[in-house]
Write a protein that binds this ligand. Sequence first.
Ligand SMILES: [Zn+2]
Length: 298
Amino acid sequence: MSVPTDRMPLDARAPVSPPWPAYVTASVAWHAGAAGVAIVAPQEWPWALGAVAANHALLTAGGLLPRSRWLGSNWTRLPAAAAARREVALTIDDGPDPEVTPAVLDVLDRRGARATFFCIAERVRAHGSLCREIVARGHSVQNHSDRHAHTFSLLGPKAIARELAAAQETIAAITGEPPRFFRAPAGLRNPFLAPILQRFDLQLVSWTRRGFDTVRREPTDVLARLARGLAAGDIVLVHDGNAARAEDGRAVALAVLPELLARTKSLGLVPATLPVASLQQRSDDVAAPAEGAASASP
Ligand SMILES: [Zn+2]
């Protein structure tokens, strides 16, 4: 299989996070310290065991908090350069969905907005032409795992790597562009994920705010959660797949998007895809009315 690799120049991309997240070094040192105490002062072994248990509890908690950075680099907002350009990222998860996604694309077209679709690879394989249409209409498709397993955060390193690899291959083969961003199913992960993301050169992305539109059926409630304090650099999350239905039967995201995009525009914010928002500098920065644009050119 031949996959185009005409990706952005390295210097224009987001900085690569360190090869090992700090928690790995800290945890290894913590375990070594506890083992040392148990050897030097065997009567203190319950304390050493307690210290190791506390370390594991912290790692588990870090994986269950989608926006935490304890387990490695995790975007909860766009980089500063994107915020300076007044960009926001609209991220749309769990598709493509043959019923909802085309309607979402129409809403985005009408508002001239660009979005990032975190797609589930098995749905990409089932709806390949729809996935290609997402890209053809100016949006970005990124990695949301192969199967969106509810047990993703319980998987071991080999199974996590298989999930990421299968989704990378599927999306690259169908869209021609290998994903550069990953979002964990439900945002839940474990300490094995960060080194595997490094291997695939994938940046973990969570969100600034979400509307819980897989479970909440009231559009005004979802909109309020998404729009409250909306500002440059925000990453917002809605769903075209697994979407809750409003009273009229529509996916909640469809009921919410027109007003959300209207508010985005009235605040002078620009919905941009994650690959675009990750650029340090864009050729059209000079023409952009964003604050700080005057100092953006060398
Ligand atoms: Zn999801």
